[in-house]
Design a protein around this ligand. Structure first.
Ligand SMILES: *Cc1c(COP(=O)(O)O)cnc(C)c1O
Length: 227
């Protein structure tokens, strides 16, 4: 159930005051009503994340225009067109085909869209993302530079869903290492500066391992219900 507005405000402020200055909080509002977002907005929160295109489009239309909307979930190529005019950051870009479509739609909108490349770091095979060799092949091809209406802002990853802290930490360390390597070898301009890792259950670990952007939902808004 969505938490009461006063609880959302208390949780949000508790998390915000605990964060190091270099870490951006994405408040993940998926499945929660606009009133919940408005409660956080009233406290100054401007960065919100959604994982479904339709829900993102509906909320963006109804809520204040200075919100920075992040799409954090898997994005299908045929849905890029619905968010291209306003999305601030797309977190889970995991194929060249998707990059190509985002670039095309961004060009039509006369804008540059910020994206994060999603790396597959979890043990589960179900999680999306590039593996190391796919990523290297894409970078070595030099084709990313052809996407003039895309700015690659960094990497994103999701750790294995497990209580094993060592496992989660290992995966975050590995993503941070890849981030540093790509920054040094392939993205020397300052735009590549975001490492999106960490959710309600593991964001503290993620920050210890170098995260600069955490995506926190249930710890702020309450447990999600899917109808
Ligand atoms: C839902 C979601 C989150 C937030 O999860 P919580 O555990 O509720 O904090 C973060 N990242 C992605 C990609 C998600 O889909």
């Amino acid at each position: 159930m969505t938490a009461a507005p006063e609880d959302i405000i208390a949780k949000l402020n508790e998390i915000k005051t605990s964060l190091p200055a270099q870490v951006t909080l994405v408040a993940v509002s998926k499945t929660h009503p606009n009133e919940a977002i408005e409660a956080a907005y009233g406290e100054g929160q401007r960065v919100f994340g959604e994982n479904k295109v339709q829900e993102l489009v509906d909320k963006a239309a109804a809520l204040p225009k200075d919100i920075e909307w992040h799409l954090i979930g898997h994005l299908q190529t045929n849905k890029v067109k619905y968010i291209a005019s306003f999305v601030h950051l797309i977190h889970a870009v995991d194929s060249e085909k998707l990059l190509k479509e985002i670039n095309k739609r961004a060009a039509q909108e006369n804008r540059v869209i910020n994206v994060l490349l999603q790396m597959h770091i979890a043990e589960e095979s179900s999680k999306f993302g590039f593996d190391e060799s796919e990523m290297m092949a894409l970078l070595d091809s030099g084709r990313i530079a052809d996407f003039e209406n895309i700015s690659v802002a960094g990497l994103m990853g999701m750790a294995t869903f497990t209580d094993d802290e060592n496992q989660v930490r290992k995966e975050f360390t590995s993503l941070k290492n890849t981030f540093d390597l790509l920054k040094a070898d392939h993205f020397k301009d300052g735009a590549f500066n975001t490492l999106s890792m960490g959710m309600s259950g593991d964001y503290k670990l993620a920050i210890e391992e170098g995260s600069t952007m955490i995506r926190v939902g249930s710890s702020i808004f309450g447990v999600r219900e899917y109808s």
